[in-house]
Write a protein that binds this ligand. Structure first.
Ligand code: 2P0
Length: 341
């Protein structure tokens, strides 16, 4: 290979949250999750790969800083799995599996701030490596999953279902596309960045603690997620916004309830997040219909879903209530992003 291969992978926003693993090493989840992948020109990771016999060692640069591959089990695993795939597809003695690889990756948004950076990062790494070696393969979501669970969902655009699966080796734990990004052209996402600093408890650590200590997590997995997953897939298929929006809000709230039920608790939402939640419910009540919904990942930043026809009225209310970048107060920056272009 004598040329650099560059790919872009966007973040995905979960409407049914992944929280808890049944296998820490293989990154197998306890429950199904559902998400929407943003457009490539929005929040994304951009990764370039160069591989060849003349490259002296593997190296990975993330946002201008070199990463240690040897001490990063997940990064190492992704390299190993891609090399395995090369041997499977091109033969045991393939020289390409022995080449060293240089990777350079950048996010165009804050890293590790609860904005799904690892999902975009690992999806992009695996997809770019696969492209560099000419491997278009159905195994890519499973490889990306072993970098970061939610990364398997960013391999696909549009609406995506990550099936938890039951196989101990994870053969049935993979992502499938529910609908392409063209399916629901009215759908928009507004991202309100409340705080873009790195979160205190990483998702990996937080979910491990929840599995150990939260009774509510067990209830959520057995009694709530299976039916919600079925219902939200139906709502997406039918483009039933009210149903989609209600399930999304309920699932976000339950996920954060699980975080508080964890001991010691994982507190990801802050005062501004709670003000946004109240504002959305007040707004929907005032207009007499669910026109907008929220979801929060492992951080205080809000992801709002709304349809294009309702956007301008809502935005005018939003900027009234949350004027951007007020000095000396917790502020809220709005990035409006849309799905699809
Ligand atoms: C999600 N999150 O479904 C949920 C909601 C955060 C809150 O997937 O340990 O970074 O790498 O598998 O994928 C974040 O979890 O965790 C996440 P690992 P990951 O989007």
């Amino acid at each position: 290979m004598d040329k650099v291969v560059t790919c872009v992978a966007p973040v995905n926003i979960a409407t049914i949250k992944y929280w808890g693993k049944r296998d820490e090493h293989l990154i197998l989840p306890l429950n199904d999750s559902v998400s929407l992948t943003l457009d490539c020109d929005q929040m994304h990771a951009k990764t370039s790969v160069l591989a060849g016999p003349l490259i002296d060692e593997d190296s990975v640069w993330l946002n201008g800083q070199i990463m240690s591959i040897e001490t990063n089990e997940r990064l190492k695993k992704c390299f190993d799995l891609i090399r395995n795939l090369i041997r499977i597809r091109k033969g045991e003695s393939s020289q390409e599996a022995k080449w060293n690889i240089r990777v350079c990756s950048e996010n165009n948004f804050p890293t590790a701030a609860g904005l799904a950076s690892s999902a975009a990062g690992y999806a992009c790494l695996v997809y770019t490596l696969a492209n560099a070696f000419g491997l278009v393969d159905e195994d890519l979501p499973s490889i990306a999953r072993q970098g970061s669970g939610s990364a398997c969902r960013s391999i696909y655009g549009g609406f995506v279902h990550w099936k938890a699966g039951i196989d101990e080796l994870g053969s049935d734990s993979t992502a499938v596309q529910i609908a392409a990004d063209t399916h629901w052209p009215e759908m928009r996402i507004i991202i309100l960045v409340v705080n873009d600093s790195q979160k205190k408890t990483s998702s990996t650590v937080g979910m491990k603690q929840s599995v150990k200590t939260s009774e509510l997590l067990k209830y959520r997995i057995q009694k709530c997620v299976p039916e919600r997953t079925k219902d939200i897939i139906q709502a997406i298929t039918d483009k039933n916004f009210e149903k989609f929006a209600e399930i999304t809000m309920r699932d976000s709230n339950q996920f954060h309830a699980v975080c508080l039920d964890t001991y010691p608790p994982c507190v990801y939402l802050n005062q501004v997040s709670h003000e946004i939640i109240s504002f959305i419910h007040d707004y929907n009540e005032a207009v007499g219909q669910i026109k907008v919904s929220y979801t929060f990942d492992a951080g205080p930043n809000a992801f709002l879903f709304i349809q294009q026809k309702d956007l301008s009225l809502f935005m005018s209310e939003l900027v009234n209530v949350f004027p951007s970048q007020q000095p000396n107060s917790s502020y809220l920056r709005g990035i409006e992003t849309s799905v699809p272009a």
